[in-house]
Ligand binder design. Structure first.
Ligand code: UDP
Length: 371
């Protein structure tokens, strides 16, 4: 009989859902018919008020950068995170037990920092393996590393070292890579064919501008600055689930070739067609860009969890940090005018790619179930 694996995620951004989907795809590709998989947004459906509103509030909360950083840091240490988990457990226990009772599984996999202490604790009457897959790259929050998890899978050596500093043993963790959809590793049409398919001109390089799954950060201001400066690119803007952003970007007084899209489930086809990637420093987007060999211009990062991603890309020479629209204009102009630099950066980006991470994580999960 197929074993059932339950994935705990939440739509706080697009990255956790994308990571869960990627691992599920990896499992079904590597072990056809052997696993039943399910995903639950545990914050939305199995947490008390006001926590259950987090997916809805996340885009606005993450705009309040100072408050976000303060909250993030105030709980980010071994003692502080343990204290928070201890204090909040009575408030979260009942909904967590309900989650476990209503979603029986042979294994639970968390791809979200807030599930890792409370859920294994609530599982004490129903012990099945609990695995955490960390989906932040470098400056990972202490909440990711619970000693109650049977295994913590991390994307980078830096995330592993962070776990060790927070008190986890090295053999409690495994470095595999950021899980991104196996579709990114598939051979598809050439860049030129994909550009034609999208109706993008081949006369100028195409810069793809994305603000994560929720269209976060100053996407409109960046698009407007590139347009106002008449940077010689075609600008393709993906607004994700942010409908207001879609409206606003569509209404700009456009002077350069441009294309504006809402949420797409065809991200590999967009990224493989593009020449430059302008992005918030989200771990999913960055890891996907590595696989597509895209030079990156990062225009924003969430305080705390995404700050290390910027250094990771810069250290790997795969991109540029441009924290205001004017610097983005400069960075994109430089990349357009210097194809050789663009090519070197594209190569560096490819060097950081872990295209098989989702499939490899599938193997680790299968092995953990065998134990
Ligand atoms: N994404 C998508 N469609 C869109 C916009 C984004 O599938 O229209 C995906 C993107 O490919 C990536 C994820 O959403 O996998 C965004 O994850 P990231 O970690 O970069 O940022 P987050 O949204 O979690 O802040």
């Amino acid at each position: 009989m197929a074993k059932r694996i339950l994935f705990l995620f939440s739509d706080t951004g697009g990255g956790h859902r994308a990571a869960a989907n990627a691992i599920i795809d990896g499992l079904h590709l590597e072990y056809p018919g052997q696993f039943d998989t399910d995903m639950v947004d545990f914050l939305r459906y199995y947490s008390p008020r006001p926590l259950r509103y987090s997916p809805r509030l996340y885009p606005s909360l993450s705009h309040m950068k100072s408050a976000w950083k303060l909250t993030y840091e105030s709980m980010n240490g071994p003692k502080r995170s343990r204290a928070v988990n201890q204090i909040t457990y009575p408030y979260l226990r009942r909904s967590s037990e309900r989650l476990i009772a209503e979603n029986p599984a042979d294994m639970i996999v968390s791809v979200h920092p807030l599930a890792n202490a409370v859920i294994p604790r609530a599982m004490r009457h129903n012990p099945v393996p609990f695995v955490t897959v960390v989906t932040d790259m470098v400056t990972t929050h202490a909440f990711w590393y619970s000693p109650r998890a049977d295994l913590v899978i991390v994307p980078t050596d830096q995330a592993m070292n962070r776990g060790i500093r927070l008190g986890l043993k090295a053999d409690h963790m495994k470095v595999v890579g950021q899980p991104v959809s196996p579709d990114f590793a598939c051979e598809i049409e050439s860049k030129e064919e994909l550009k034609r398919e999208h109706g993008w001109t081949e006369d100028t390089p195409v810069a793809l501008l994305v603000g994560g799954g929720d269209g976060m950060g100053p996407v409109r201001r960046v698009a407007r600055a590139i347009n106002d400066a008449e940077v010689p690119v075609t600008l393709a803007v993906i607004c994700g689930r942010n409908e207001e952003l879609y409206e606003n970007v569509s209404k700009l007084n456009w002077r350069i070739p441009h294309h504006v899209y809402g949420f797409t489930s065809e991200m590999p086809r967009f990224m493989k067609a593009a020449d430059i990637f302008i992005t918030k420093a989200g771990p999913g987007s960055i890891s996907e860009a590595f696989i597509c060999g895209l030079p990156m211009v990062m225009y924003a990062c969430l305080p705390g969890q995404e700050e290390g991603n910027v250094d990771y890309v810069l250290d790997g020479k795969a991109g540029l940090w441009a924290p205001d629209p004017e610097t983005v204009v400069q960075a994109v102009t430089n990349l357009v005018e210097a194809p050789a630099i663009r090519a070197t950066m594209a190569e560096a980006s490819l060097n950081l790619a872990r295209p098989n991470a989702a499939r490899e994580i599938a193997h680790v999960l299968a092995a953990q179930l065998q134990k």
